[in-house]
Design a protein around this ligand. Structure first.
Ligand SMILES: C[S@@+](CC[C@H](N)C(=O)[O-])C[C@H]1O[C@@H](n2cnc3c(N)ncnc32)[C@H](O)[C@@H]1O
Length: 246
């Protein structure tokens, strides 16, 4: 990579760093890892999608919302970042309704209107357990009885692991809400920030909101022995994915 996305001493907001990440960071193997161990698993757990009403909570620039729309879903995407929502609205937003929201405020989405809700790498941006609870309760209330929620998050055991494209480095002793630097290994100096939550916290927060946990999936690259470049992701899952039912 020829120039740094975010120089180490450059002060940028987390929103701006994330927007730059989605705009400028294109490492094909990172994309393969994201897709294989994250989004493709999430998508499979959300099926069927055709004609289902889907809520993408924390949709960012809409990259996953668009994929869900292209698989036949009616998508509502919400996010607290105006930059992300503006960008999502500019990119092929046909048949997707995007809303800028305050954290946990889904008042623009009718109660019990959603067949399938999803959040990909969103709750790791939320520090406090009380905020996690408020968000999950709001999502639960929007899902129809028997509907599904799929949540994917960085794996709680990932900090310190040396993955091919990134490392998650705790800034303190690991406990609930500890900030982490997410460092990318391409020499770009790109660092994103999020917060650590344990597996028990995710499970307990989902159950406290009313969800029944159906699956917990922790995919690794151990089924791709012919791709020697993978590092710790061969044996340790970078992501953890939960499927829950209302
Ligand atoms: C790592 S990005 C992931 C975006 C998208 N889900 C994806 O997979 O491409 C995290 C997103 O969550 C949003 N976010 C962070 N905290 C949130 C909150 N409390 N409520 C809703 N969205 C939030 C951020 O603005 C950002 O767009």
């Amino acid at each position: 990579m020829s120039h740094p996305l975010v120089a180490p001493d450059e002060v940028v907001s987390d929103d701006e760093a994330r927007a730059r990440f989605f705009r400028e960071y294109h490492d094909p193997r990172h994309a393969i890892m994201d897709w294989r161990l994250g989004y493709s698993v999430v998508k499979r757990l959300m099926c069927p999608l055709t004609n289902r009403t889907v809520l993408d909570y924390g949709c960012g620039n809409g990259r996953f919302s668009r994929l869900l729309r292209d698989r036949g879903a009616h998508v509502i995407g919400v996010d607290i970042s105006s930059q992300a929502i503006d960008e999502a609205r500019r990119k092929h937003a046909e048949r997707i309704n995007y809303y800028l929201i305050n954290s946990g405020d889904l008042s623009q989405v009718p109660l019990r209107a959603i067949d399938v809700a999803v959040s990909t790498f969103v709750l790791c941006c939320v520090k406090e357990r009380a905020d996690l609870d408020r968000i999950l309760k709001a999502i639960y209330e929007r899902i129809k009885a028997g509907g599904t929620y799929v949540l994917s998050e960085p794996h709680p055991d990932a900090p310190g692991r040396d993955f091919y494209s990134m490392r998650r480095v705790p800034k303190d002793v690991l406990k609930e809400g500890t900030p982490l630097d997410v460092q990318f290994q391409d020499g770009s100096g790109l660092v994103l920030h999020d917060f650590w939550h344990s597996r028990e916290t995710y499970l307990d927060a989902l159950r406290s909101a009313g969800f029944i946990i159906e699956h917990v999936i922790e995919p690794t690259m151990n089924t791709y022995p012919d791709e020697p470049y993978w590092k710790d992701e061969r044996h340790y899952p970078p992501f953890i994915i939960f499927r829950a039912r209302k």
